[in-house]
Design a protein around this ligand. Structure first.
Ligand SMILES: Cc1cc2nc3c(=O)[nH]c(=O)nc-3n(C[C@H](O)[C@H](O)[C@H](O)COP(=O)(O)O)c2cc1C
Ligand code: SF4
Length: 656
């Protein structure tokens, strides 16, 4: 086995520390959870006609089988007007009883408790035309979704409160263990208790009244169920109202964020470089004598254990950690390795795109019924994988899990591909370290042979006598045909890889991926004067909105000059010229000592062309098929190798 060529800061050191607190039971009102890891409410889009599908049930069962103590089912609307999207569960529907029963039947045998989150978005609504009427505590427009609600009439508020009771009865009839009312994230509950959103003149002007009445309705309808409230810990209004709520609940659940603002919404599912364990420092005002569940950016069970040990929380929501590896609790308890969440936010991107939940790091998430876990194959085969970026690493991992021999060939001196470039920028340092950590076990496997600094050609690969060839040769930066003269010009990748920058750099970014933003941010941190010219509607146009918002926030604070709607077209005599993408006759001229280009990527597929000419069978995975993201790379790498196990033909499943 050759030495690994990368020196990545390991995000997680394996410690011998035992998990003293995490696997202690916790009483929550009338129920007890078997351990203190919680799968928090998250919309899966495994929903049809506002009811859970079979995929939904299988998804939740996977979490229960993995040993989680409590599953809080995703937001369930208490009334039609509270449906956040076309895929929100309808807690008010009679058919929900059957849906809940199927979930409880799948989850309970594993000892896991099931609560449901009762929800009304109020003025927060994601809808397309013809859009429904939006209602809130008051007629105050919401800046992020640009909704313009009318104020609920007093009678309507009373009906909604009865709706909470009705939904609680449905949940109790179906055998759920508890109910959580969400008043976090700026949703309806918060729209009542936050004075900046409540200008009413009736009795619901009192900050706590709406929630207290809703909690009362639930308690009356489902007296044997645990009852909690979810609040955003970073909301001053929530901190103020919490003491008025505790007498009405069995637990308090803390999240972060505010759906109604561009800055606040990023806190709902905060990506790195938001600090790990973000919630830990915000729990104190909510320690009011009720069990406290704290959630946000906790991805390591040791951190969760420490939070409980230091009394920052009684239980810890580890939502994305469990989306990545539902078996994490059991594995952590047994001291086994598990897949770490890399913080890419593909999961919430799927939610916003209204497509079924997926995890970039774990292709089996959301595919519990269609992509079985790898089983050892009858015949041990030799798999040669060319390219050790994410697609190649995923193929290697799947090959080993299937009991095969894997030879992994990599042109550069390290594994990781583009992830290693991104590792040098603040936005992706943690992602890169976590991803490489997730595959580090491969290098201890006798079945894996890693060969670095190998520029593989078809003959070299064929000489290895493979049973299956997986090509994961990645992508390279696109060189535009523009006339670029009179200024040193490099690719953003060159700078990210360590090319020395000049004192001032113009980054020409097409807005289609991370490279331009990471380059600009890395240079800025290093003290370079940076102008970022973006030829798109917004910087990071194709990134998930929370990441995009955070990039824009950080770049705005850092003094990077951002030139909007500016598409590069030429450089001459030390001047770099851009055209406005909406009004091409408008030009902008920028000056700097260096030009860095981030105008997209092209596939590296020469080897595929070579094999095709030789009529050698191969499977391609990831960017060499056409450059896209981590999710596609890892999915396709996994499928390329799993087909060896199942014996399916490559064309049958790749790209599914
Ligand atoms: C795909 C997705 C959907 C979510 N939907 C909900 C929801 O329905 N209700 C809610 O209160 N929070 C929702 N959240 C927020 C999570 O409950 C949790 O607070 C968030 O993921 C941060 O925790 P983590 O850092 O452990 O992932 C969602 C998160 C994700 C990733
Ligand atoms: S998609 Fe990314 S952020 Fe979401 S759970 Fe998976 S690894 Fe974590």
């Amino acid at each position: 086995m050759q030495q690994l060529g990368y020196i990545a800061q390991q995000a997680y050191t394996i410690t011998e520390m035992t998990l003293e607190h995490l696997f202690q039971p916790l009483g929550i009102g009338p129920t007890t959870i078997q351990c203190r890891v919680v799968s928090t409410s998250h919309q899966t889009t495994l929903v049809e006609n506002h009811l859970p599908t079979e995929e939904f049930v299988a998804y939740q069962e996977a979490r229960a089988r993995g040993g989680v103590g409590l599953i809080i089912l995703e937001a369930v609307a208490v009334a039609r007007s509270g449906l956040l999207t076309a895929h929100t569960l309808g807690g008010y529907l009679d058919d929900m009883v059957d849906g809940y029963r199927r979930i409880v039947a799948a989850v309970r045998p594993h000892g896991t408790r099931t609560f449901v989150q009762l929800f009304h978005g109020g003025r927060e609504m994601i809808a397309s035309a013809p859009r429904p009427v939006v209602m809130s505590s008051s007629a105050i427009p919401s800046p992020r979704y640009h909704t313009e609600p009318r104020a609920l009439r007093t009678r309507e508020v009373e009906e909604l409160i009865s709706g909470y009771g009705r939904c609680a009865r449905v949940a109790a009839d179906a055998g759920l263990d508890g109910i959580e009312i969400t008043a976090a994230h700026g949703y309806l509950g918060q729209q009542f208790f936050d004075p900046s959103m409540n200008s009413r003149t009736d009795r619901y002007r009192e900050e706590a009244r709406f929630l207290v009445e809703a909690l009362g309705a639930v308690r009356e309808a489902a007296p044997k169920l645990a009852l909690g409230v979810r609040l955003s810990a970073d909301s001053v209004a929530a901190q103020r109202v919490a003491p008025e709520l505790v007498d009405h609940v069995d637990y308090v659940h803390l999240a972060i964020g505010d759906s109604s603002t561009f800055d606040g919404c990023t806190g709902i599912v905060p990506p790195p470089p938001s600090p790990r364990n973000l919630i830990a420092g915000l729990t104190r005002p909510f320690q009011l004598g009720r069990p406290l569940i704290a959630t946000s950016r906790v991805i390591d069970p040791h951190d969760a254990d420490r939070m409980i040990g230091t009394r920052q929380a009684d239980a810890v929501g580890m939502n994305r950690a469990l989306i990545t590896d539902p078996d994490m609790p059991r594995k952590a308890r047994d001291g086994r390795r598990f897949l770490r969440c890399i913080g890419c936010n593909a999961c919430i991107a799927h939610y916003h795109a209204q497509t079924p939940i997926r995890c970039a790091q774990n292709p089996r998430t959301g595919r519990e019924l269609t992509l079985p876990r790898p089983a050892p194959a009858r015949d041990r085969l030799r798999l040669v994988v060319v390219g050790a970026g994410p697609a190649g690493l995923a193929a290697a991992a799947e090959g080993v899990a299937g009991g095969h021999e894997v030879i992994l060939l990599e042109r550069s001196h390290r594994v990781g591909g583009q992830v290693c470039l991104a590792a040098n920028a603040p936005a992706h340092a943690e992602l890169a370290a976590s991803l490489l950590d997730n595959y580090a076990w491969l290098w201890d496997e006798p079945a894996v042979e890693l060969r670095l600094n190998i520029d593989a050609d078809a003959q070299l690969v064929e000489d290895l006598k493979p049973d299956r060839i997986v090509l994961a040769t990645g992508a390279a930066p696109f060189s535009p045909p523009h006339r670029l003269e009179g200024i040193p010009t490099v690719s953003a990748w060159d700078l990210l890889a360590g090319t020395k920058p000049a004192k001032s750099v113009i980054v020409a970014d097409w807005g289609g991926d991370w490279a331009g933003l990471d380059c600009a941010e890395m240079l800025n941190v290093a003290g370079v004067t940076v102008s970022l010219a973006v030829g798109a509607v917004t910087p990071g146009e194709t990134l998930h909105q929370y990441q995009r918002n955070q990039y824009i926030g950080r770049l705005s604070r850092s003094g990077v000059t951002i030139e909007h709607y500016a598409a590069l077209y030429e450089a001459r005599d030390g001047e770099v010229r851009f055209r406005n993408i909406f009004a091409p006759e408008l030009e902008t001229t920028l000056r700097a000592d260096m030009l860095a280009i981030a105008l997209g990527r092209v596939p590296v597929d020469q080897l595929a062309t070579e094999f095709a000419a030789r009529r050698t069978r191969f499977v391609e995975a990831g960017d060499c098929r056409s450059p896209r993201g981590l999710e596609e790379a890892i999915l396709e790498g996994t499928l390329a190798a799993s087909q060896m196990v199942t014996g399916q033909t490559p064309a049958a499943t790749i790209g599914a």
